[in-house]
Ligand binder design. Structure first.
Ligand code: NAP
Length: 206
């Protein structure tokens, strides 16, 4: 359904989506968390790394997630972590609405990605993303704080958690602060590959 708002993140078995500090983003645990994504053919294409790469269910999922996305919403800490790491041809190729307290002009990258900085909160950002997405969907890219605000505001229709076989022990929790009383979940699919288990849910307001 066009205009569906969803998120799709990689999560450690103990519920974390990122290490405590952005300095650890290339560390062992982060690499294990994202190990299902890095070798994929789709990832190589999307990052401009050339041909090759693995095909199969993980690749199909990553590609389908990208193709359904007409615009993204992200938190400022995710943006900060990516600003210097993403290539000039940033891997979104759509408008991206960054929720922040900072005032900043739009930042246009090669290949169709423009980062817009939204200071009116997640509902405004999702509204803008919906308009920009046209007949495609809106992805709440992350991180945890932004996803939880969107869930608590009743903005998220469905999500996929790609569960990676790694324990973090500490870090950024996916559902920290979620208003659990307001949400019920319906499991819609489970797919497994040697590197991850992809769990998908539809969200219903309780
Ligand atoms: N595992 C995965 O698949 C995955 C996916 C995405 C991201 N991540 C990781 O998640 C981490 C970031 O997550 P996070 O939870 O720490 O932070 P986040 O959600 O990315 O960003 C939080 C920040 O966004 C701004 N913000 C959020 N809501 C706002 C609002 N309503 N109004 C104004 N500003 C608002 C604030 O920044 P300011 O006050 O500074 O503006 C806030 O500190 C990164 O390390 C990233 O790599 C992991």
């Amino acid at each position: 359904m066009a205009g569906t708002v969803f998120f799709h993140v990689s999560m450690s078995l103990d519920g974390y989506i990122a290490p405590e500090s952005p300095d650890e983003l290339m560390g062992r645990k982060w690499m294990a968390l994202q190990a299902w994504l890095f070798p994929l053919r789709f990832m190589r294409e999307n990052l401009g790394l050339g041909g090759g790469g693995e095909e199969g269910p993980d690749d199909d999922l990553a590609r389908a997630t990208f193709e359904r996305t007409g615009a993204s919403v992200m938190g400022k800490r995710m943006f900060d972590a990516g600003e210097h790491a993403w290539p000039e041809d940033a891997p979104f190729h759509t408008p991206v609405y960054v929720v922040t307290h900072e005032e900043r002009e739009p930042w246009e990258r090669l290949g169709g990605t423009t980062f817009h900085f939204v200071r009116d909160g997640v509902e405004a950002a999702v509204d803008l993303a919906r308009d920009a997405a046209g007949d495609r969907d809106v992805r709440v890219s992350g991180g945890g704080e932004t996803i939880v605000q969107c869930v608590n505001a009743g903005l998220v229709d469905e999500f996929t958690v790609s569960l990676s076989p790694v324990l973090f022990g500490s870090g950024v929790r996916l559902f920290e602060g979620v208003d659990a009383e307001r949400v019920t979940l319906e499991q819609t699919s489970v797919e497994r590959s040697p590197r991850a288990t992809h769990l998908s849910y539809r969200v219903r307001r309780a």
